[in-house]
Design a protein around this ligand. Sequence first.
Ligand SMILES: C[S@@+](CC[C@H](N)C(=O)[O-])C[C@H]1O[C@@H](n2cnc3c(N)ncnc32)[C@H](O)[C@@H]1O
Length: 356
Amino acid sequence: MGEKNRAGNPNEQVYMATTVSGIEDIAASEMQSKYDDLKVLRKKRGKIFFRYEGSPGQLFSLRCVDNIYHFLGSFSIGPTKKDLAEIPRKLRAMNLSQRLIGLYGDLSANSVIVSASRSGKHTYSRYQVADAIQDALVEVFHFGRGTVEKHDLHFRVDVEDGSAFMHIKLTPATFRYRGQEKQFLTAALKPSVAHAMVLLSLPGASDVFLDPFCGSGTILAERASYEAREIIGSDISTERLEIARENLPEKISLHCWDARHIELPSGTVDRIVSNLPWGKQIEIGDVSQLYTEFMIEAKRLLAPGGIMVLLTDQEVEIMRAAELAGVRIEKRTTLSLHGLNPSIFVAGMADDLGVK
Ligand SMILES: C[S@@+](CC[C@H](N)C(=O)[O-])C[C@H]1O[C@@H](n2cnc3c(N)ncnc32)[C@H](O)[C@@H]1O
């Protein structure tokens, strides 16, 4: 049994969305540009808290977030293990019963799991809080116990010093993979990050868009949700291009090109958005040489007013390549991704005299 789709309840208004740490601002601006009745309340390392008047199901069109949660309320919590015994009483005092029954009907027909995070000084672990909350939900509301593989509802508790913030997850596990069970390739970029990169490129309906290191095509798939004159992907690996072809709409053209020699005329590309090969991911030898030759090629391809958005953790190499090619990096956003800290680098071509 998968998580139930809880779209359609307009009663509650405060939500939390989680995303990759570093793209909160882009995600928040996507929210505000998509919904007039949405107000961002607070942003905090990978989390965005917001108030929204409309139907929660509408929020499922957000693309820069990984999960969306409904805020249920908070209670005070002490720092020691014996304080966990207070949780059932605290939950009763939150008066959640009617709200939960209104949302999910017979609560005993729903199995629940709980995940928790914890910051501050406590003598319990996040797993112990999660277990204590699950026990309390079963005791107080007569929910059934679920497992990670099989559950109806997923509660989340964030313990921050003396407070526990309770949320219920709205988005199913497949939300962050665009409805798929998992991504095209394990090494593929997270769709939320790919989408943030696309938004940073300021997509326009007349764009010729290129991802010259497209791999399995995550960035191209995200770009395809906006109009474009042409969307082109290329990669040196035919194997990856085959995976991309299986997963992308026909309108996206794919080519086996070396990113240092793209078979397109000069000044004909409006946007280049790409997840470069990172030092650890490739067997290409000299990453500096590749970046420099690619950057010279990218500058040749970009039309006046063009924008380039690149992701890599090889900061020294990309900055040097940009300098050698005469490309000015104008903006940089550092992410926290799979235990690494790559950055998104944005460069713009001001006019036909060169780079801004
Ligand atoms: C970090 S991966 C891109 C991942 C992609 N964004 C995805 O979601 O699957 C980098 C890609 O660069 C490709 N690559 C490496 N050297 C290349 C070159 N000289 N020209 C074009 N592609 C190259 C690799 O085959 C790989 O698919």
